[in-house]
Design a binder for this molecule. Structure first.
Ligand code: 48H
Length: 259
């Protein structure tokens, strides 16, 4: 068997450090920063990079995919209602039609294909990184996000006086799911009033999410479950078509804004 190259510890450390820093420096300024790497955020990022835009996804976890790994109740089959299978086709995710208009796919297969497609198209990630705040300037317009390492927020305050840093972006997307964390930062400042997501009503929820996906504040687009939380729309439980198509719509709106 061929021997591994004689590359040592310092070379490995330098390679990681140099490549990480180079990328970080480049993405301190992006066309679009997406907060949250769940299905809606990944889909939005994938489509934006496919259209040639520079996109960074900020994700507080080490892993990407949000709730898309599991369909519900810890069962790893994910469902999609028509016309959401269009997104599955586009991503090359295998599925079967279990009844007219209802499709089932394997969670791990669906989620890994979506992540891979985002990566293949050029989305970059700041994982283990938490969104803390907004950059707000003239007329309340958003200019980017304030971020910190996730572990810092998990440590006791008295030993972690570590200020966050800021990254600039032409447009920001809130894809943080049920928490709508970016929109909530506007609410804290009295700039918006969120309603909280409503009780489950599948037949209504998904169409309403797509309808309400859009710009909630100059420079901020909301997608996925964060749309339900912002506008008080019914939740849909473990079905993901609206997450994927909301991400798609968010990307179209961002493209229109960026020109
Ligand atoms: C960095 C953050 C922060 C932060 C959160 O929850 P998600 O999967 O969100 P969506 O909207 O793409 O998909 C929702 C779907 O998974 C779901 O739960 C459905 C359809 N529920 C229906 C129902 O009835 O309940 O992903 C959000 C991502 C996660 O990976 C979080 O870790 C991340 O955002 N995130 N990242 N900084 N402050 N907050």
């Amino acid at each position: 068997m061929e021997k591994f190259s004689p590359v040592g510890e310092k070379d490995i450390t330098r390679a990681i450090l140099t490549e990480f820093t180079k990328q970080f420096e480049e993405y301190v300024e992006s066309d679009c920063v997406i907060i949250g790497g769940g299905p809606s955020g990944l889909m939005a990022g994938r489509n934006l990079t496919k259209a040639g835009k520079k996109v960074l996804i900020v994700e507080r976890n080490n892993y990407l995919g949000g709730g898309f790994w599991i369909g519900g109740y810890l069962m790893n089959k994910v469902t999609v209602r028509h016309p959401g299978e269009r997104a599955l086709d586009e991503l090359g995710i295998p599925y079967k039609e279990v009844r007219s208009g209802l499709f089932v796919a394997d969670g791990p297969h669906a989620c890994s294909k979506l992540i891979a497609s985002a990566c293949d198209n050029g989305v970059k990630f700041a994982n283990m990184t938490v969104f803390e705040d907004l950059i707000l300037k003239e007329d309340g317009r958003i200019f980017g996000a304030v971020i910190n390492w996730t572990p810092i927020s998990a440590l006791p305050r008295e030993i972690t006086c570590v200020d966050p840093i800021a990254i600039e972006s032409k447009v920001l997307i809130d894809a943080t799911g049920h928490d709508a964390q970016v929109v909530k930062k506007l609410e804290e400042r009295g700039l918006i009033k969120t309603k909280g997501f409503g009780a489950m009503w599948v037949e209504k929820s998904e169409d309403l999410i797509i309808e309400h996906t859009g710009e909630v504040h100059p420079g901020l687009i909301v997608t996925g479950m964060a749309v339900s939380t912002t506008y008080g729309l019914p939740r849909m439980g473990p079905t993901f078509g609206a997450m994927l198509l909301s991400g798609e719509k968010a990307s179209e709106i961002v493209l229109e804004k960026l020109g």
